[in-house]
Design a protein around this ligand. Structure first.
Ligand code: HEM
Ligand SMILES: [Cu+2]
Length: 540
């Protein structure tokens, strides 16, 4: 492939060549599908974020503030359901994976473009059913749908379960598409050792999606059957076993946390290289650790069940296996820092998010090791400590990576630049606001504040007020991003093909790309992320 990006913007782009609603709704272009997923998942983020603000407002005072306890139960359930199932899991793979994966591989399309379009509609249908359940009467089971309560709750659990079940098919189809595309549609010269690390993480994620999602689908249908026909699988009053639900649920949902975090790690790797102007340190180790995480992730689900009556031996084994994940993660963190070390650092806003990511992932990961220690977790389980742990990782790291990706690939997707100062202000507000929101929650959990609780003792109020103040900063930061990105679509400076001087393969196409990605057939002659000048020794 030509070593540099095309210099002038193309006459027709994937956005401009057809503009009718029909051309969008029936498109088979992976880039348009990526944009559609971006819009849908951003809408989910907005909705989930609104529920989060309602929760934090309620927790401003120790007693009732703006809602009653039953409403509170519904609001935290809807917040969790939307954030996990409608935003976190699909966001990076379905939106950015769809957009950049074929570009990175030198492919004109994904392997199954029609299925790809179907996956948008399946996601939309599942989300619509979930939202319908919410409007009908909501649900009060938490995003985890634990039995036996979920089998008897009088709220609209069934449509929400089925909505999530349907969304699972979208995930599976997208995963199959990415695996097949990576195997079959790589351009000449794209050897396995040249595959960009973002693609490797999407590939690893896709494997988990394809293998684990069916288990979730099964367990959700079983709960629905329990509710509708009284199947007697989980409900002890009918001879069922509620703990079986926990095993099946976490057999999927623990790997699912890596469905969320692996693509995030891929984004970070791309951004670190681009803004350090250096080849990634330890390409093979990063790719291998991705699969290490994916593999070990399948054997640690029992760490969610330390207090479920599981045997002490079982808990010990699950605890140790969980800690192995930290080793693979540490390999990546070491490699990112080593890549930055000695690089020509260009502190643009995507890199600022990366720094936020590395800090929050390290901190959150260490609290993961802490909660994987059985003796500690017996105290922390079901307290705000766990809430803080998973928000540090899911919001801290995954959202940081999502925002890094949004800012890094925005010019690629839409051909416009956004105002840098505003973007810095928003990023700093979000990182700071995040810490103010979630750090107090570790302390609250350690003091014994139970999760999903709507009241608390008076001495815990100041930490809760701090947390709500942090959440308001987050809301401000997000609104800012929404404003300047929308503004930039119309008024932003037109971006050159490669505004960052990146050597990522996706920047070798025009920005925004032409309908079938390339005007001449791509060939890959350089190593991935190679910043070596001609004739000079290779920089690592
Ligand atoms: C070093 C790696 C990690 C370890 C050792 C670890 C360990 C744990 C443990 C032991 C729990 C259960 C605590 C309890 O319920 O009492 C837990 C909960 C959780 N973790 Fe992690 N974790 C790690 C990384 C992650 C990552 C990367 C994510 C997400 C991207 C994540 C998301 C979650 C979630 C969502 C829960 C709580 C689910 C719930 O009960 O609602 N963790 N983690
Ligand atoms: Cu887990």
């Amino acid at each position: 492939m030509s070593p540099s990006a095309p210099s002038s913007p193309p006459a027709t782009t994937y956005l401009s060549h057809e503009t009718t609603a029909r051309s969008w709704l029936l498109t088979r272009d992976h880039k348009r599908i990526g944009v559609m997923f971006l819009v849908l998942t951003l809408f989910a983020l907005l909705l989930g974020g609104t529920f989060a603000m309602l929760l934090r407002l309620e927790l401003l005072t120790p007693g009732p503030t703006i809602m009653g306890p039953m409403t509170y139960n519904r609001v935290f359930t809807l917040h969790g359901v939307i954030m996990v199932w409608l935003f976190m899991i699909p966001a990076i793979p379905s939106a950015f994976g769809n957009f950049v994966l074929p570009l990175m591989l030198g492919a004109k399309e994904v392997a199954f473009p029609r299925l790809n379009l179907a996956s948008v509609y399946i996601y939309a249908a599942g989300s619509a059913l979930t939202l319908f359940g919410m409007l009908w009467s909501g649900a009060d089971t938490g995003w985890t749908f634990y039995t036996p309560y979920s089998t008897t709750s009088p709220t609209a659990v069934t449509p929400i379960l089925l909505g999530v079940f349907i969304i699972g098919f979208s995930t599976i189809i997208t995963g199959l598409n990415f695996i097949t595309t990576t195997h079959t549609l790589r351009a000449p010269g794209m050897h396995w050792t040249r595959i960009p690390l973002f693609v490797w993480t999407i590939y690893g994620t896709s494997v988990i999606q394809v293998v684990a999602t069916p288990v979730l689908a099964m367990v959700l249908v079983l709960v629905a059957m329990e509710r509708v026909v009284g199947a007697g699988i989980f409900d002890p009053s009918r001879g069922g076993d509620p703990v079986l639900f926990q095993h099946l649920f976490w057999f999927y949902s623990h790997p699912a946390v890596y469905i969320m975090v692996l693509p995030a790690m891929g984004v970070i790797t791309e951004v670190v290289c681009a803004f350090s102007r250096k080849n990634i340190f330890g390409y093979r180790m990063i790719a291998a650790s991705t699969f290490g995480i994916a593999f070990v992730g399948f054997f640690s689900w029992g760490h969610h069940m330390f207090v479920s009556g599981q045997s002490t031996f079982g808990s010990g084994v699950f605890g140790v296996l969980s800690m192995l994940v930290a080793i693979f993660t540490a390999i990546k963190i070491f490699n990112w820092v080593a890549t930055m070390y000695g690089g020509a650092i260009d502190l643009k806003v995507p890199l600022l998010y990366v720094l936020g990511f590395i800090f929050l992932l390290t901190f959150g990961g260490m609290t993961g090791v802490a909660v994987a220690t059985t003796s500690l977790d017996v105290h922390w389980h079901d307290t705000y400590f766990v809430v803080a742990h998973f928000h540090y990782i899911m919001v801290g790291s995954v959202l940081m990576a999502f925002l890094a990706a949004l800012h890094y690939w925005w010019p690629k997707m839409f051909g416009r630049l956004y105002p840098e100062r505003w973007s810095f202000l928003a990023a700093s507000t979000i990182i700071f606001g995040f810490i103010v929101t979630f750090l107090p929650q570790f302390l609250l959990g350690n003091m014994g504040m139970p999760r999903r609780s709507y009241q608390y003792p008076r001495e815990m109020q100041w930490l809760n007020v701090l947390s709500t103040a942090g959440a308001s900063l987050l809301a401000f930061g997000f609104s800012l991003i929404a404003l300047y990105l929308l503004w930039s679509l119309r008024y932003g400076k037109v971006s050159p093909a490669d505004p960052w001087g990146s050597r990522g393969y996706e920047w070798f196409s025009a920005s925004p790309p032409v309908p079938h990605n390339f005007t001449e057939a791509p060939r890959f002659e350089r190593e991935v992320h190679d910043y070596t000048e001609p004739g000079a020794p290779r920089v690592y």
